[in-house]
Design a protein around this ligand. Structure first.
Ligand code: ATP
Ligand code: MG
Length: 917
């Protein structure tokens, strides 16, 4: 058995073959067809060359070859229902092609195909079949030209050239336009591939219904222009358009009976198997879910890499649908947590070498898939339970078709795509009315699409919101001041849902899983400002039939406030009565941090100086950050004093008051306004006053102009801990701190560490510090002793060597290596050498901290004989990849590679012999 080529090699062989025959290698076009609104996805190689055939576009070449990314899940070409059930159809696949634009024609195209298949790839000629066009309607001439060309190919069995009619062998792009006959190459894979053995009347045949004959390659010959249903005009130029299924040819050349058993799918299937913990045999016994998951994971990765992310309409719907469908097949294998990204990632690994967009978009692929799976996980169980109910009652009625509106309901409320409903129904031999589903979907769109499509541009966006505001006002839904904003109201706000915006469009209704912006007449959600982050929470209808999880707030136009979030379940509709609920635990954490920020500000002024002013801040649920002007870092004493001061005020549980007054009044009372911040005439102030002075209204501990949300008592902060002090830029320092729950967590974690430390050191909390000190002293002593021992050893070695130094041209030359010695020691040893020998050279090499070092000393008389220590070490250093220098009598050098030290030291002898006069 010859070594099987990898898929990568097979693709390369195809492309190289045609390049060698004068074709231009062209990259795959995107899965999203450029400038073609009628086509959802690129579904064949010819899509990017359509205009060349039509004569409206010209390329700089007349022959091309490529591997085109294709997607067949919608429209004219939809193979979704085969995917998973068979081994030869995918949603996403690669189509290998060679192209002639008015250049060669049938003779060459057929010869190229035959040569590649039978000579390069050595497929058995006796198993290959070619089909040609013969009009079943008798009006278009048969393609005898192609047939005779097939018959003359070396080794082609004449009977294997067959004729088929328009359906199989006449290719038309559309109702009018370029078209022509085609020839398909099929391969007889052997009787063992027949999956209909024993079925009455079954005969295996080309274009038959079993798996024995596999269609590999379609060669299309464009020679007519269709004018109308009866008239075909010959084209002035003829073209060739071929498409070979890449996964199929790989399965043939790797000699496996399934595209999924090729190395294109192996790594991904192994990822799935590790997740399900099933053996290969178990997988093959229940192959469908594995096939679906692998196919869809690959398609999703390629879609997202081409910018198609999950969504509710068009291409985005397809991306959503395949991810959800894969997720449901995952549940059949016991996979309930988000897992698909791991599978897609395996494809990114193996495909990125050829399709670099996958590697570039790896993060986006993983994030989008995981997010979509998590979204679906929230509703899949309730969705399928409701569907099961529908199907049960359907069976009772004796009807076997689920109405389309019901399927739409399931999508709209539970995010169950039509295709999944159909899968589940067909598992129970029931059907779903697809036309009805589409009608219901269109109805919904018509009913919801009240507004015009709005671009993403800020100006457009602001205009749309101002127009919406005007409309709501003229309809008396809101007052002239716009949306009422009261972030200080702590009880939940109720009201009517005034507007839903999806993808920049006003809609009447949104579906489960959609990301929407919603408007209500009044809200208490805080909208990010003055460093305090926005609130998050929920908006749900008063009956509890839908819920939106709000994760972001915006003020897109003056007077307008929108809540942005994702529909958790149900179908929000304009005019529904709603309740607006802040995530109050989170809000309270934010309030703790905001009030603590004011105390920190006051503490800084007190401890560092009145000149300190705020230069930016962040008030989040998990921490606070405060930037201020200071040229120096704060000392740990200062930080401790500030932290203590803030905690003292917390324990005193002082009142935090807010008041509304004129700006002038507040400023004259000494309230702190932020540098560079604009305030209106009327301002809100936050003050914290020392109890003793409570009635006298002075002195205040903290008094600031501030619109943020605050606690009413400082005690609620709980604990305040400064976690860091650092520099932001010249003259600006930053303090980060935590409070409340986060601070408590940190304390208990630290205590845990402390307890463990006590246990590890077999100590008690009281003795821990003393014991640690003793241990450190012991350690240092032990280290010192080891160092002493080592230097004694070195000295001993050195003293042994110094008594037995070779003589070169009458002088003593000592070259030695002593590892782990400091430079200082090496210099001392050099001196000892010079004291012992009045005439000589010494070179000591060492490896210290993984670096080679050399020190050398030369006596004066030797310097005058032509050897200078500086030159000598420089010469050695060159061999170590380093440099060095010094005086003629003593010098040192350092290098990079310690492995070269011995060689380098040895080379010194040669240098000395050559240069010593
Ligand atoms: P089939 O009849 O097998 O569905 P087709 O006639 O639809 O194929 P073409 O439109 O001629 O196929 O596409 C050219 C080649 O692309 C086919 O010969 C086949 O090898 C491959 N191909 C087509 N559809 C798929 C698919 N869904 N998945 C993988 N390969 C495919
Ligand atoms: Mg097909």
């Amino acid at each position: 058995m010859p070594i099987q080529p990898s898929a990568f090699e097979i693709r390369k062989t195809f492309l190289d073959f045609f390049v060698e025959h004068g074709h231009n290698l062209v990259p795959s076009a995107s899965l999203v067809p450029g400038g073609d609104a009628t086509l959802l996805f690129t579904n064949a190689g010819m899509v990017q060359f359509k205009d060349v055939f039509l004569g409206t576009d010209k390329r700089g070449y007349r022959r091309a070859t490529d591997s085109q990314k294709c997607m067949r899940v919608a429209g004219k070409h939809n193979d979704l229902e085969d995917v998973g059930k068979d081994d030869t159809h995918h949603t996403f696949f690669e189509m290998l092609g060679n192209w002639s634009f008015g250049d060669y024609y049938k003779k060459e195209a057929i010869a190229f195909a035959w040569q590649l298949l039978t000579e390069v790839w050595k497929l058995p000629k006796s198993q290959l079949y070619a089909t040609c066009f013969e009009d079943d309607k008798g009006s278009i001439p048969s393609d005898e030209d192609a047939a005779s060309n097939w018959r003359i190919q070396p080794g082609m069995i004449p009977d294997h050239v067959m004729y088929f009619g328009r359906k199989e062998n006449f290719w038309e792009m559309a109702e009018t336009g370029p078209c022509g006959p085609c020839s398909e190459i099929h391969m007889d894979r052997g009787i063992e591939f027949c999956n209909l053995k024993g079925k009455e009347g079954h005969i295996c045949s080309v274009n038959g219904d079993c798996n024995r004959f596999l269609e590999l390659w379609n060669l299309v010959f464009i020679q007519y222009n269709r004018i109308n249903s009866t008239q075909l005009d010959p084209l002035p130029e003829t073209h060739v358009d071929t498409g070979m299924g890449f996964e199929r040819i790989v399965s043939v050349l790797q000699n496996v009976d399934s595209n999924y058993k090729t190395d294109l799918f192996k790594p991904a299937l192994e990822v799935i198997r590790t997740l399900t913990n099933e053996s290969e045999t178990q997988m093959l016994e229940n192959f469908t879910p594995y096939r679906v998951i692998a196919d869809h994971a690959r398609a999703a990765a390629f879609l997202i890499a081409d910018g198609v992310v999950p969504g509710n309409t068009g291409r985005n719907y397809v991306c959503r649908m395949i991810i959800r469908r894969a997720a449901r097949f995952g549940t059949k294998l016991g996979l309930h947590e988000a897992f698909l990204a791991k599978v897609s990632n395996a494809f990114v690994d193996s495909y990125a070498d050829f399709f670099s967009e996958l590697g570039r978009n790896r993060q986006s692929i993983v994030e989008n898939i995981t997010r979509e799976e998590k979204r679906f996980a929230k509703t899949i169980e309730s969705g399928t339970a409701v569907l099961e109910g529908y199907l049960e009652s359907l069976k009772k009625t004796g009807n076997n078709i689920l109405p389309g509106e019901k399927a739409f309901e399931l999508y709209a409320t539970y995010g169950l795509p039509f295709e999944i409903t159909r899968d589940i129904a067909s598992e129970q031999s029931l059907h779903v009315d697809e036309t009805g589903f589409k009608l219901a979907m269109d109805d919904h769109r018509l009913a919801s699409g009240g507004g015009k499509a709005m671009g993403e541009l800020g100006g457009e966006d602001a205009r749309m919101y101002s127009a919406l505001l005007d409309k709501l006002h003229s309809d008396n839904m809101i007052g002239a001041e716009g949306i009422i904003h009261d972030p200080y109201q702590t009880s939940p706000v109720q009201g009517r849902l005034l507007a839903i915006i999806e993808d920049g469009q006003l809609v009447r209704e949104a579906l489960s899983g959609s990301v929407v912006s919603v408007v209500v007449p009044k809200t208490n959600f805080y909208v990010e400002s003055g460093g305090q982050v926005s609130d998050t929470g929920l908006i749900r209808d008063s009956k509890g039939s839908w819920e939106i999880e709000i994760h972001e707030m915006r003020k897109p136009a003056p007077g307008m406030i929108v809540h942005i979030g994702e529909v958790n379940f149900g179908k929000p509709k304009v005019d529904d009565e709603v309740i607006v609920l802040i995530d109050f635990d989170r809000r309270k954490d934010i309030m703790r941090n905001h009030t603590a920020t004011h105390l920190l500000h006051a503490g800084l002024k007190k401890v560092v100086g009145e000149y300190v002013h705020q230069a930016g801040s962040l008030v989040a649920p998990d921490k606070l950050r405060f930037d201020f002007n200071s040229s120096e870092a704060l000392t740990s004493d200062q930080l401790e004093e500030i932290e203590k001061g803030v905690n003292k005020i917390i324990m005193e549980d002082l009142r935090v008051r807010s008041a509304i007054k004129t700006r002038d009044e507040a400023i004259s009372e000494g309230a702190t306004a932020l540098f560079g911040e604009k305030y209106g005439e009327i301002v809100r102030t936050i003050s914290i006053v020392d109890q003793e002075f409570e009635n006298k209204n002075s002195p205040r501990i903290s008094y600031e102009l501030c619109g943020g949300t605050h606690l009413t008592q400082t005690g609620t902060i709980g604990t305040f801990i400064i976690t860091s002090e650092s520099s932001v830029s010249a003259g600006v320092r930053r303090i980060e701190a935590i409070t409340g729950r986060t601070a408590n967590l940190l304390i208990s974690n630290r205590f845990n560490d402390f307890r463990q430390l006590t246990r590890i050191l077999s100590s008690t909390p009281e003795d821990l510090l003393g014991k640690t000190r003793i241990l450190l002293e012991d350690l240092n002593r032990a280290r010192r002793q080891t160092a002493d021992l080592r230097s004694n050893l070195v000295l001993e070695k050195f003293l042994k060597q110094i008594n037995d130094v070779p003589i070169i041209k009458g002088i003593r030359v000592m070259v030695t290596r002593l590892d782990d010695v400091e430079i200082e020691t090496m210099r001392n040893l050099c001196d000892q050498f010079r004291q012992k020998y009045l005439s000589g050279i010494i070179i000591i090499g060492t490896v210290l901290n993984d670096r080679p070092l050399v020190v050398s000393a030369v006596t004066d008389d030797v310097v005058s004989r032509g050897i200078k220590a500086g030159d000598l070490v420089k010469n050695i250093a060159e061999k170590l990849g380093g440099s060095g220098g010094g005086k003629p009598t003593i010098a040192q050098a350092g290098g990079k590679d310690p492995a070269l030290l011995d060689e380098a030291l040895k080379s010194a002898f040669r240098y000395i012999e050559e240069n010593l006069r």
